[in-house]
Design a binder for this molecule. Structure first.
Ligand SMILES: CC(C)(COP(=O)(O)OP(=O)(O)OC[C@H]1O[C@@H](n2cnc3c(N)ncnc32)[C@H](O)[C@@H]1OP(=O)(O)O)[C@@H](O)C(=O)NCCC(=O)NCCS
Length: 195
């Protein structure tokens, strides 16, 4: 599957087939995490419904046969200047084929169209997947960030490839030695026809 064959469109709150597909993807994409954040279909479905707020962005990628491959959502903060990206999930069978990158690029365009200037996200490391996990980050927290390495396919590197920078870390966010890695990217403004 080439990423060019992917269609990205808004996930509607009354499209129950799409909501079901999004829940199954969320459940499958995070199934190998310990603890798995959405370990049951019911928990994953509740999360999908939760992020489908009226002012949120929620977009899904489909293949040529109409199968959902992944989805992304986000909500405004800081008066709409900043949009928090949460969550992003690509079905395990469709990963590493450009779907995640395409969803992030589409999300950037959606944020820009709403006047947002920054996308912010938190990428937890609860399993020592990076050199920021399983260590005491104090007192030189920024030193640890400067020398971060990916030990086991943590998604922070995916976001770096999408142009995000690590802008901070919340030590012990998920328990001692289990930080949340904060990342952000500036969004280019949408050019008006007259500029
Ligand atoms: C992280 C995720 C969204 C990436 O989606 P994807 O469709 O597999 O990613 P892409 O194919 O668009 O990858 C773009 C680039 O990032 C790289 N990449 C993707 N996932 C990566 C990872 N976990 N670690 C390191 N690099 C990664 C790809 O190799 C590719 O690199 P390249 O441009 O040099 O070829 C997907 O793997 C996923 O859903 N994972 C489980 C859920 C998750 O971790 N979500 C994010 C939580 S914050």
């Amino acid at each position: 599957m080439a990423v060019g064959d992917v269609e990205i469109r808004t996930l509607d709150h009354d499209d129950h087939t799409a909501i079901d597909a999004a829940a199954r993807i969320l459940n499958a994409a995070f199934a190998d995490r310990r603890p798995a954040p959405w370990s049951t279909y019911a928990a994953a479905r509740a999360e999908v419904l939760d992020v489908l707020a009226p002012d949120a962005i929620c977009r899904a990628a489909f293949d040529q046969d109409g199968r959902m491959l992944g989805w992304i959502a986000g909500a405004p903060d800081y008066g709409g200047n900043v949009w928090e990206l949460h969550p992003l999930a690509v079905h395990p069978d469709a990963q590493r084929r450009g779907v995640g990158r395409a969803l992030v690029a589409d999300f950037e365009r959606q944020v820009a169209a709403r006047g947002g200037v920054t996308i912010l996200l938190g990428a937890d490391d609860e399993e020592g997947m990076t050199t920021l996990g399983n260590v005491d980050l104090y007192p030189n927290v920024c030193e640890h960030i400067a020398h971060v390495r990916n030990l086991r396919n943590h998604p922070f590197e995916f976001y770096q490839k999408c142009g995000f920078a690590i802008v901070g870390v919340v030590p012990d966010a998920n328990g001692v030695g289990k930080p949340d890695i904060l990342m952000a990217k500036r969004v280019l403004p949408v050019q008006s026809d007259h500029s």
